[in-house]
Write a protein that binds this ligand. Structure first.
Ligand SMILES: Nc1nc2c(ncn2[C@@H]2O[C@H](COP(=O)(O)OP(=O)(O)OP(=O)(O)O)[C@@H](O)[C@H]2O)c(=O)[nH]1
Length: 509
């Protein structure tokens, strides 16, 4: 058996608060002592006399557990009783609003005995399991606890329901914090499988103040790192370790990892979505060991289900959004294609007509100039006949490119209007300005010198252009796209008639 002095050293080191007296056989000894933990818990100080301070302690009834919530001052009676060797076990008291559990103990030694009053911060949730049969107070506490947790869950799930997709992440973090606080855990977290279901990553983590975070290190873990853990999660949907030191040989890797992270107890519960395992939610105890109760398991399961649902609907919404984006971009591409001429990449006739209609309305509304040109390659039949259709196609493409480069002002649009006929909308350009633009285009085309051996005009490819425009002074209300096109066509016809390779303007009739 240990000697008194051995006990004294030991008691000082204990994390539980202790008020104690030593009683040697045959001698009455009444000096009361308190260990460091008791000093902390009861807010004692080293300067004043301990006995005086103990006498002044006010124990209050925990209002959570008493309907009267009456403050009762027990003075040091409880301490005195314990020191007299009476049995004390009170779980309904508080000191300075701190819930405490007081329990007396008598420990025999080789030369006498120790009388102790053990003082621990009371977390009724932690002591539910240790309750004695018929302990009505604990039953009541447990019931209150269940109700409190159910309330919390219902508040959190209402929040989840009313949460937009962008707020799901903070909600999950909030829920993990609530779980951690309620279960008095040191760390709570979520792990999720990747799409191939072969790797897990820590996606959300809450830690109590002073506890190290591990989220960054726990990414893309494969099952072979923690085979025993994954076997449990897959087969049983739950993994409970009360004491990491007692993990069997099969869980050696798990034990090493937990020790590395200073984990003493751990619990993980699988999360499922549409019947498929998508990850797990877990709680770690770092500061102390923990016997996980059935109530803890139930709580963690509930939280896991809630988070799994939120994650699942987030995934649905994300994939819905992705599909919507893909559809939109396919639509845009299709729309783009539907507006283009396949050979030249210019606007096709339909797109051109729609745009002309729109530009005409705008020009009328804003009283702005608008010119329209029709353009045709001279003697293209002869060109085709000489070189063949494919070379004819190439010539059409070269001219298209030149047109596109030349007409790049805002709103200008080049379209393929017929076989070797092109049309150009020039918003904001008067007929004179448009004529100048096409004269410059002719020069550029001449510079390209696309050989046309059968032309009677020059030995390279030339174009004829007919332009018409909205009159600036007259009333334009009655002018339609058909009239604009007809006038431009007549101007083009005139250009052909007058010898080709020229630009003819024609004010609208
Ligand atoms: N290579 C090629 N040729 C085309 C295409 N579309 C129309 N053509 C040809 O363009 C030629 C047009 O000939 P015409 O309408 O007789 O006019 P032209 O020979 O250019 O004579 P003018 O217009 O009076 O100077 C025809 O030979 C058509 O086959 C096309 O997509 N590719």
């Amino acid at each position: 058996m240990l000697l008194v002095s051995d006990y004294q050293v030991l008691l000082e080191r204990l994390p539980i608060g202790l008020i104690y007296q030593c009683h040697r056989a045959g001698k009455q000894f009444s000096a009361t002592t308190a260990n460091q933990a008791a000093y902390k818990l009861l807010s004692l100080n080293g300067q004043q006399d301990l006995q005086t301070q103990l006498n002044k302690i006010e124990f209050e009834m925990d209002p959570e557990l008493s309907s009267s919530a009456k403050k009762i001052c027990l003075d040091a009676t409880l301490i005195k009783q314990a020191m007299n060797g009476d049995y004390i076990n009170r779980r309904d008291l508080m000191v300075d609003s701190r819930p405490l559990h007081l329990q007396s103990e008598i420990i025999p030694t080789a030369d006498g005995e120790w009388r102790l009053l053990c003082i621990q911060p009371r977390d009724h949730r932690l002591f539910v399991q240790a309750s004695e049969t018929g302990d009505i107070l604990n039953a009541e506490i447990s019931l209150r606890d269940t109700l409190a947790f159910d309330k919390l869950i219902s508040r959190l799930s209402t929040q989840f329901i009313n949460t937009s997709q962008k707020d799901v992440e903070p909600r999950i973090n909030e829920t993990l914090a609530a779980l951690g606080e309620f279960c008095q855990a040191d760390r709570t977290y979520i792990f999720q499988f990747n799409n191939q279901l072969n790797k897990q990553s820590n996606t959300h983590e809450w830690v109590r103040e002073g506890i190290t975070q591990h989220i960054d290190e726990l990414q893309n873990l494969t099952e072979n790192i923690l085979p025993w853990f994954f076997k449990h999660i897959r087969q049983e949907g739950i993994f409970v370790i009360h004491d990491v030191d007692k993990i069997p040989e099969a869980g050696a890797s798990e034990q090493a990892l937990f020790r590395l992270e200073d984990i003493q107890s751990v619990i993980c519960v699988a999360m499922y979505a549409a019947g498929q395992l998508i990850g797990f939610v877990g709680c770690d105890m770092v500061a102390r060991q923990r016997q996980w109760s059935e109530a803890d398991i139930r709580r963690i399961k509930l939280v896991g289900e809630m988070i799994a649902n939120a994650l699942q609907s987030q995934r649905y919404l994300e994939s819905l959004e992705q599909t919507r984006q893909e559809l939109m971009s396919v639509n845009q591409r299709l729309q783009h294609l539907a507006q283009k001429d396949a050979l030249t990449g210019l606007a096709n006739r339909r797109h051109f007509d729609n745009t002309l209609d729109m530009e005409l309305r705008r020009a009328k509304r804003q009283r702005l100039p608008l010119s329209l040109a029709l353009l045709d390659i001279d003697m293209f039949k002869a060109y085709n006949d000489h070189y063949g259709h494919p070379t004819g196609d190439a010539a059409l493409k070269s001219l298209s490119l030149l047109l596109q480069k030349h007409f790049q002002r805002s709103g200008e649009l080049v379209g393929r209007y017929g076989g070797e006929e092109f049309a150009i909308i020039l918003p904001g350009r008067t007929i004179e300005q448009a004529a100048k633009d096409f004269a410059q285009l002719q020069t550029k085309l001449a510079e390209q010198a696309i050989t046309h051996p059968c032309s009677t005009i020059t030995n390279s490819l030339t174009i004829s252009v007919g332009i018409c425009a909205l009159p600036l002074e007259n009333d334009v209300k009655q002018i339609t796209t058909t009239r604009l096109i007809a006038n431009a066509d007549q101007a083009l016809y005139q250009a052909k008639k007058e010898g080709r390779n020229r630009v003819i303007t024609r004010p609208i009739e």
